[in-house]
Design a protein around this ligand. Sequence first.
Ligand SMILES: [Zn+2]
Length: 135
Amino acid sequence: MDPQNILAQETGATKPALRRGACLKCPRCGQGKLFRGYLKVADRCGACGLDLTPQRADDGPAYIVILVVAHLIGFSLAPMFGLLGDRPALIATILGLASVALSLAMLPPVKGMFVAFQWVRAMHGFGPGREAVRP
Ligand SMILES: [Zn+2]
């Protein structure tokens, strides 16, 4: 059997873990909180004790959020001009506020999914035996 499949079976299924991460919950148990701040990942799950310090989401969630929000805002530019007419300041204000609001709303769930994906794929020290190595 493929070693990657063995790791995935040991750590859990991908879809439920991603769903729990998107809901800002621990990817293993779905009970404990994943974050201790807006985007600060907790050191451990409060419910099952999963060590979350090996996560390395870094700038990945921001890249994904920028990719999605930029496309949504970019594709809504022409309909906005059709709807509001030739008022570029108003359109820029509306789309600017929408992009900020969308970005702030999307960042925690996307980062939760990144952490969950790293856990379910045993990336960055989430693999088996890590608990035995770390105190
Ligand atoms: Zn947990």
